[in-house]
Each structure stands twice: as C-alpha cells, then as structure tokens.
Design a protein around this ligand. Structure first.
Ligand SMILES: Nc1ncnc2c1ncn2[C@@H]1O[C@H](COP(=O)(O)OP(=O)(O)OP(=O)(O)O)[C@@H](O)[C@H]1O
Ligand SMILES: [Mg+2]
Length: 245
C-alpha cells in the first residue's frame, strides 16, 4: 500500500513552475523566483506540518509530539504506520496514547513532505495533499457528535456524506479514545459502518482506547472488535498516568 497516494501535483503551482521555466524576460524570471522563494518559506517543513496537524484536528497540546522515543515494540509498529499499516493501541489513562498517535500523524506528514518535495519543479512546491483529508484525527465521542450534528443542519454535508468521509478518506484516519463515547444502537451502527468499511478496503487507520479488546467486544460488540483485531495486532501501552507527574 502506498501511504502517500493522495499527494498529487497541484495544477496551479505546476502552471506557475512551467511559466517560470518558459519566461525569457529576466525581470519576469526574477519575479517568479521571488514567488517560489516565498512559497518555499511558507511551506517550510515545520510550518507546513504544524498547519497540517491543525487541519487534521490534532489539538495544540499534542502538535509537538516527538516521534521515536518508544520501546522496541511500539517503535516497530510506529515504523509500520508511516509505511501505511494500521494500528490499534490500548492502554490505561494518561499512559501516552494520544501523544503517540499525534507523533505518528506528524511523522506521516513529515514523510509526505519529503516525498512531495521530489515533485518540485524549479523550486516550486508543485504538490498538494488532496481528498477529504481534514479532521482525520478525531476522538470517538467527537466523531459521533459530528455525525449527529448533521441531523440539525439544514444545509451542508449529510450523515451519509460524513460517514463516507471517515470511511473513505484517502489519508490515514486516527480514532482516538474509542469506547469513551456514549453507546446507543445508533452510535454502534455508525461506528460499525466506518470501521467495517476501513477494514474491508484496507484503509490506513489507527484506533486508540482505554479499554481492553475484551471490554471493546463487550461494549461495542464482537463484530467491531473482530475487525479491529483483523486490522492490526493490538498493542498495549503501559505506564503510569503521566498527567499525575
Ligand atoms: N512520550 C511522551 N513524552 C512527553 N510527554 C508525553 C509523552 N507521552 C505522553 N505525554 C504527555 O502526557 C500526558 C498524557 O498523555 P496522553 O494524553 O497521550 O495520554 P492518553 O493515554 O491518551 O490518556 P487518555 O487515555 O486519558 O486519553 C499528555 O500531557 C502528554 O502530552
Ligand atoms: Mg488520550
């Protein structure tokens, strides 16, 4: 699986780059070079990654999460994640699951920048991440609230649109804190639709939870639990509640 399949050339930038290449007039070339310089500055890796993490819904506390300070098992799975594999991360409150997930998303984006840079022409970043790729880092309660919110709206995306977005996004989806949502038949159905779809289409997904797999099965049902295990071997993070110092 190519985890970066959703990076495509940005047509407008491509046109600018081509215009630059063709410009004979020195003044005009200089103007283009300045523009390229500005674009590159605005798109410096850290800048771009922070903006992208924000767009993906990673909260401020976790945007600076550092990748790679894990034990061997976690580090191995995290390396698989940036290559496009899915993950299920379990563990007690405060042990660092959300931090880990944010760091993995950050590293994925870092790789995406490196890969995308290879698509530059004459110094222009002629690439873009496309697809319905915003807000793909979301807690399970927020996800369900977003889905429920579609009922109240007169216009905007419908419930089907939103389920489609989370089921079919080209980029990786992280559902943080599965099991923290209030369960009703309706929420179970919505979660099942999304998880089943991502499982069936082998779309890169990370799920974190405070619950054990057994508790997930009891709370959300065997069918959801089975698909999670089928997606990735659950990893159990240990450690004290870091919030307590
Ligand atoms: N490896 C780390 N290095 C530095 N700080 C960390 C690390 N892991 C976690 N933290 C910090 O510890 C706190 C708790 O971590 P986090 O929120 O990721 O826990 P959690 O497992 O998601 O908890 P919960 O299950 O309650 O959601 C956060 O403030 C986080 O920034
Ligand atoms: Mg958390």
């Amino acid at each position: 699986m190519d985890p970066f399949k959703n990076i495509i050339p940005d047509d407008a930038r491509m046109r600018e780059a081509q215009a630059h290449a063709q410009a004979q007039d020195t003044e005009e070339r200089r103007r283009f070079e300045k523009l390229a310089d500005d674009i590159n500055k605005a798109r410096s890796d850290d800048n771009w990654i922070t903006k992208e993490l924000t767009k993906q819904g990673v909260p401020p506390r976790y945007r600076g999460a550092k990748f790679g300070t894990w034990n061997k098992e976690l580090a191995g799975s995290a390396a698989g994640w940036v290559e496009g594999e899915s993950m299920v991360v379990l563990g007690p409150t405060g042990c660092g699951k959300t931090y880990f997930a944010a760091a993995c998303m950050g590293e994925y984006l870092r790789r995406a920048v490196t890969k995308a840079k290879k698509m530059s022409v004459n110094g222009f970043g002629v690439w873009n991440l496309v697809g319905p790729q915003d807000q793909l880092f979301i807690t399970a309660p927020a996800l369900l609230m977003t889905l429920r919110g579609t009922f109240r709206q007169q216009s905007g995306p419908t419930l089907e649109d939103m389920i489609g977005k989370y089921s079919e996004s080209a980029g990786p989806l992280i559902i943080d804190d599965l099991g923290a949502e209030k369960t009703t038949d309706w929420t179970l159905e919505a979660l099942y639709l999304i998880i089943d779809n991502r499982y069936s289409w082998m779309r890169q997904t990370m799920v974190t939870s405070n619950l054990s797999m057994e508790q997930i099965a009891n709370r959300l049902g065997d069918r959801i639990a089975s698909r999670l295990v089928g997606m990735a071997k659950p990893l159990v993070m240990t450690g004290k509640d870091r919030r307590l110092g």
